[in-house]
Design a binder for this molecule. Sequence first.
Ligand SMILES: [Zn+2]
Ligand SMILES: [Zn+2]
Ligand SMILES: [Zn+2]
Ligand SMILES: [Zn+2]
Length: 489
Amino acid sequence: MQEYSEKLEDIYDEKLGRHLVASLSIEPGETLLEEQPLLVAPHWECDRLKCAQCLQESYVICRRCQVYPLCMDCSAHDAFECEFFASGAGSGIGKDLLIKNYGICALLKLLLLLEQPDQRAQCQILLERPVKLEDYRNEDGVWQEHEEQVVRPIMESGLAQVLPDQQLTSDALHAHCIRIDTSAYEVTARDGDTLKGVYVRGANLPHSCVPNTVVALDEQFNLKLYAAVPLESGQIIFTSYANPLMGTSQRQHQLRMTRHMECACVRCLDPTELGTHMSSMKCRDCSDGYAVCDLGGTGNWRCLDVSCGAVIPAADVHELLAEVGGALVDAKGELSAYESLLAQNKQLLHPNHFLLLDIKQNIASILRAAALMNSLNDPCKKLLARRVELCGDLLPICRAVIPGISKLYAIALFEYLLSFVELTELQFSEGDVDKKGYAAQLKRAQSVAKEALDLLQFEPENSAEGFLTERIAMELERIESDLMKYGKH
Ligand SMILES: [Zn+2]
Ligand SMILES: [Zn+2]
Ligand SMILES: [Zn+2]
Ligand SMILES: [Zn+2]
């Protein structure tokens, strides 16, 4: 299954390489591409053996090939891989190959796919992708990791000699590793661990921090790409590989590190980040001005109020961000640490600044966990109200950064809904609001739940988002039955 919508065209240009454009107009929610993964494997740094068949934790080794880990439930794995080491070309390779070098898993899979004529065509699309090794060589992180965990163990194992047609050199293996990394999405295994799913087409779309598509992954790791917004003929199909809740310079850093690319999307070129001000600072000179980064010029932050125009040097901003970022790591789940960070930095950063959002999300999740623990005795109204406020603060930002159908926004709505309903019910049961007020609040909850369900309607049933949909539908049912009871005037 590697199917494209007929409404897409595969084209090539210098800047983007091979990419897809809409050839007809496309409605939000329309499926653009369905694809099975070329391979799913643990991350390079994974050190716990996974079953070669089901990818859950492994306890035994395949009796036939004596190379691949299996679990108690699986008695066999891919026949070609097993045969290759049992009695095929790889039978002379040390049986401890994977046990000693588990990091090679993903690349070993690719090398063995390349040995199979019926699989080679799919792999070929991946291999045709140009990789500029000089962009990566001598780079501390990625290159070293590939070298130590994957390339060297494979070169020393004797595999290159038993796969002579592939002419494996250490550079060729490095290029494969980079292609695997840049064509992968993180997928979640049944045991909750994250794995790397390599998709030849669906994970190699051009990037924009404001994507026009949504990627859905089901439990079998099948990928479905669908339109997030209406698309007109000629529009390029974009996905996003960056965290939308980070500021521009942090997203760009992430993209440089992982994809070696510079983003010039509408959000990256807009100092206000689509009006969200997620990287804006409070002006130090005037009382209500905000300073934004002078992107094309000095890189300093300048007050937007023209009559003020005060400048904050870029170095000062970066120093502050590094300091707050470090403090966030040090806070380690400690509520009071987050609260004091929030209080300190409210004076310096725009209320929507991504670091404040990060702090607020941490506080909200601590409050949520606390509410779950003492939900039976005394859920403190003040804490609940605070959680509602924090979740509410995130909504307009999530709405603004990903237009159209957005899972990010749907999840933010769900978090808000949970806290809002909990607070509303408590206020009603304690007599703070009367029937009429309660019904009005329930109506609000109903519309939030419906909006979230609307955004998740194109997600596959057997996926994390599918389960979330069920959860919200249950909540909606409860809300509506209470509305029936109390909503009549
Ligand atoms: Zn298994
Ligand atoms: Zn085997
Ligand atoms: Zn961008
Ligand atoms: Zn100012």
